[in-house]
Design a protein around this ligand. Structure first.
Ligand SMILES: Nc1nc2c(c(=O)[nH]1)N[C@H]1C(S)=C(S)[C@@H](COP(=O)(O)O)O[C@H]1N2
Ligand SMILES: [Mo]
Length: 408
C-alpha cells in the first residue's frame, strides 16, 4: 500500500465534454460481485466517465460510481481518478467556466462579498489536511435487513489530502451577525431551472461546525484540481462528518438563523436520535435528526478472504483505519473470534480526520480455517461494534470487518 498522495494518472480534470452522451449507455463487459445478494455490478473501463479510471457502476445517471476494492489495497490516498462519485440530481453542470464562476458569502453577515477562484486562492491562507470523504450510505448493501438506496459495497469512501481555505476565515471576513446559528451551502446545480426548488440539493451546517478550523473549502485534492465529478472548482470538506455535507461545485455560503427546511436535510439523511443512531426495524415514534459525525472504521488490505497463510511462518497483517468524528486512537486485531485483541502499530498521522495505515506481526499457529478481525476506536471512545446498528436510511454502517483465510 502506497502511503503518499498522488493525483492519479490523469493529472488534469476534464472540464468540458461531459455531455449527455458521456453519461448515457451501458458500461463495458467487466463485472464485479459485491459481497451481498444481487451484488453483481458492471465495471466501467477507464475514460468511460470523464476524469475517471476503471470504476464500479452503481448507477449511470445521476452517476453513482464505486471505487474498486483493489484501489484501497494499493493506495492509502485514493487517486483522484478512482475516487467514488455520488450525485443526486442528473442535471448537474457538465462544464464550469472560471471566468464567470463566483463564490458568494451572504445572509446574516455585515459585509457580503464574492470571489473568483483566483481571488479565493490568493486572498486567503491555504491549509492542507488529510480527511476521509465517506458517503453516509457506504456499505449499505451489507445492512441487515436490507434497506432501499444505493447498494454500495465498502467503496463509497476515499482518503485524500485536501488543500483549501478555512470556511471560518471567509465567514470572519464577512462578519457573522450575532444571532446567526447555521450556514446553508448551495452549489451550481441550484442555478439549474428545471430542478424544482424543493428538490434542489443544498445542505445546512451548524455555525460551530462551519467555523471549526477543520472545515475547508477545497480547491485541490491530492495536489491537483478537483475532478469535475468530485466537485470542480470548489467543494466543502467537512472533516469528520459524512460526505453529504461536502457540497460540490460550492457557489454560495448563506449565514442563517434556522437549520433549513430542504428535502436533503429532512427527511433525507436523518438518523434516529439514539446513542448509536440505531433502532429496531419497524419501530415507530423514533425522533430523527440530521446525520452528522462519522464512526470509526478499519479494513484489511494485505489479505482478502480465501487467501492462504502458512503455519508457523511469521508475516505482517496490514490495512488502514480512520477515527471518523475524532482522531483514530487504536486499531486491534483478533484471531479468536473477538475473544482477545492485539494492538496494531499505526503509520504516519496525516491529520485527525484522515486514514492511517496499520500493521501487526502475526504467526498462524494452527492449520485450518482462520477468521481474522480488525477493530478501530477513536478519541471520543467510539469503538466498532461486532454487528452494525440498523436505521431506515441504511447509514452509519461500521461493523468490525473480517477476512476468512486458510492456514496450511
Ligand atoms: N453539489 C452536490 N454536492 C454533493 C452531492 C450532490 O449531489 N451535489 N452529494 C453529496 C453526497 S450525499 C456525497 S456522498 C458526496 C460524494 O462526494 P464525491 O462525489 O466526491 O464522492 O458529495 C456530496 N456533495
Ligand atoms: Mo452520500
Amino acid at each position: 500500500m502506497t502511503e503518499q498522495p498522488s493525483p492519479g494518472l490523469r493529472r488534469r480534470a476534464l472540464l468540458a465534454g461531459l455531455g449527455a452522451a458521456g453519461l448515457a449507455g451501458t458500461a463495458g463487459a467487466a463485472e464485479v460481485r459485491l459481497p451481498f445478494a444481487n451484488g453483481l455490478r458492471p465495471i466501467a473501463p477507464a475514460g468511460r466517465f470523464p476524469g475517471k479510471a476503471s470504476m464500479i457502476v452503481q448507477r449511470v445517471r445521476a452517476p453513482l460510481l464505486e471505487t474498486p476494492w483493489e484501489v484501497f489495497r494499493k493506495h492509502l490516498f485514493v487517486p483522484n481518478d478512482q475516487a467514488y462519485v455520488r450525485w443526486h440530481i442528473p442535471d448537474f453542470p457538465t462544464y464550469v467556466d472560471l471566468k464567470t464562476f463566483r463564490l458568494r458569502i451572504n445572509g446574516e453577515v455585515a459585509h457580503p462579498f464574492e470571489l473568483t477562484l483566483d481571488e479565493l486562492v490568493k486572498q486567503f491562507p491555504a491549509t492542507r489536511a488529510a480527511a476521509v470523504n465517506q458517503c453516509s450510505g457506504n456499505s449499505r448493501g451489507l445492512i441487515n435487513p436490507r434497506v432501499p438506496g444505493a447498494q454500495w459495497g465498502n467503496g463509497a469512501m476515499y482518503n485524500a489530502l485536501w488543500t483549501g481555505v478555512r470556511m471560518a476565515d471567509l465567514l470572519a471576513h464577512a462578519g457573522v451577525k450575532p444571532g446567526a446559528t447555521h450556514v446553508a451551502l448551495r452549489n451550481l446545480e441550484n442555478l439549474i431551472e428545471p430542478i424544482p426548488a424543493h428538490a434542489k440539493f443544498y445542505k445546512v451546517l451548524p455555525l460551530a461546525r462551519a467555523t471549526d478550523p477543520s472545515t475547508l473549502i477545497a480547491y485541490e485534492m491530492n495536489g491537483t484540481q478537483l475532478p469535475l465529478l468530485n466537485g470542480f472548482p470548489l467543494r466543502a470538506v467537512v472533516s469528520g462528518w459524512y460526505a453529504t455535507y461536502w457540497v460540490k461545485m460550492l457557489t454560495e455560503i448563506t449565514v442563517t438563523t434556522h437549520p433549513g427546511t430542504g428535502f436533503w436535510m429532512n427527511p433525507a439523511y436523518t438518523i434516529p436520535d439514539t446513542p448509536n443512531g440505531s433502532m429496531t426495524p419497524g419501530q415507530t415514534g423514533v425522533k430523527m435528526v440530521p446525520i452528522n459525525a462519522m464512526d470509526p472504521r478499519s479494513f484489511f488490505t494485505s489479505l482478502v478472504s480465501g487467501n492462504t497463510l502458512h503455519m508457523g511462518k511469521p508475516m505482517r497483517l496490514e490495512g488502514f483505519a480512520f477515527g471518523g468524528g475524532s482522531a483514530l486512537k487504536e486499531v486491534s486485531v483478533s484471531a479468536d473470534g473477538g475473544g482477545t485483541w492485539q494492538a496494531a502499530a499505526l503509520g504516519k498521522d496525516w491529520g485527525a480526520y484522515g486514514s492511517r495505515a496499520w500493521s501487526l506481526a502475526f504467526t498462524p499457529h494452527a492449520r485450518g480455517k482462520l477468521r481474522l478481525m480488525v477493530r478501530a476506536g477513536n478519541e471520543t471512545g467510539a469503538v466498532q461494534p461486532m454487528v452494525a446498528g440498523w436505521n431506515p436510511g441504511g447509514f452509519l454502517y461500521n461493523a468490525i470487518e473480517h477476512v476468512d483465510v486458510h492456514v496450511v
